[in-house]
Design a protein around this ligand. Structure first.
Ligand SMILES: Nc1ncnc2c1ncn2[C@@H]1O[C@H](COP(=O)(O)OP(=O)(O)OP(=O)(O)O)[C@@H](O)[C@H]1O
Ligand SMILES: [Mg+2]
Length: 250
């Protein structure tokens, strides 16, 4: 049994709660995980990803960020969909500089940080820049380390991560403390969510992935989807996926 599966088995996953998403208990009760490398300080970094595109990751990240910020939690949103960024669009902010400038060494993260609604802070990325979409693991690690600059003033970092099982997508997600996989009730979306989970758990994650069902018609239909994904993950991967809840189609 892998480390991750062992971790997942030992947690209390499997309790399905039909509520809006909230930060993982994992970090609150100290269960989550496998310690980060000593080179990088402990943070609460939650990467939001999906198997299929267009399931609502950017909407989940931005709305969750605003909701958390309204509770007094200091939130930083990293637009991690590096090649096809759009957090800025959704929040109506117009970045002058972005992650591309940081990666090229022309700006620091602090230089490019923008303030969004309700005091959330946003690290914007570029759209249509192929090199950004294909950052290697070294650059990815450099990016995560430079996030440490902002650590003392941040409680939670939410990453709007790319969808799909490409190497760059999974390596960005792998650096997070917690991965949240978003699906919709559509069969193509939840089968891709399972495929994503299957690819993710082959890597050294810090905690078992969690699941959120977006665009659900009802609490029951969301739960039915979550049960299917959880059932398959349990059966074929021996993995307990934690269900973080659902968001209604609205
Ligand atoms: N709960 C919801 N109810 C209704 N529509 C929604 C909901 N969540 C997202 N949408 C709509 O679904 C579309 C895709 O949303 P969004 O851009 O957040 O998805 P995404 O997963 O970030 O997409 P991409 O993979 O392209 O980055 C948008 O038109 C958005 O308004
Ligand atoms: Mg998006």
């Amino acid at each position: 049994m892998s480390d991750i599966e062992g971790k997942a088995k030992s947690n209390a996953a499997g309790r399905s709660r039909g509520r809006t998403p909230k930060p993982p208990r994992a970090q609150r009760n100290g269960r989550a995980a496998i310690a980060p490398p000593p080179s990088r300080p402990r943070r609460r970094v939650i990467a939001v990803t999906s198997g299929k595109g267009g399931v609502g990751k950017t909407n989940i990240v931005t709305n969750l960020a605003i909701a958390l910020s309204r509770q007094g939690i200091r939130v930083l949103v990293l637009d991690g969909d590096l090649g096809l960024a759009n957090v800025d669009l959704l929040l109506g902010i117009a970045p002058q500089f972005d992650l591309q400038d940081v990666i090229l060494g022309n700006r620091t993260l602090r230089d490019i940080l923008l303030e969004g609604p309700d005091g959330i802070r946003v690290i914007p990325a570029s759209s249509g820049v192929e090199e950004l979409a294909n950052l290697d693991e070294y650059r990815m690690e450099v990016l995560f380390r430079s996030l440490a600059e902002l650590e003392s003033e941040t409680d939670i970092i939410l990453i709007d991560a790319p969808s799909g099982i490409s190497h760059h997508a999974t390596s960005l997600v792998q650096g997070a403390d917690q991965v949240l996989v978003v699906t919709t009730p559509e069969p193509t979306a939840f089968s891709d969510a399972y495929a994503m989970i299957k690819v993710l758990v082959k890597r050294p994650l810090r905690a078992a992935p969690a699941l959120l069902v977006n665009q659900a018609d009802s609490e029951d239909s969301a739960l039915a989807v979550a049960r299917r994904v959880k059932g398959v993950a349990k059966r074929f991967l021996n993995l307990d996926i934690e269900y973080w809840g659902y968001v209604l189609a609205d």
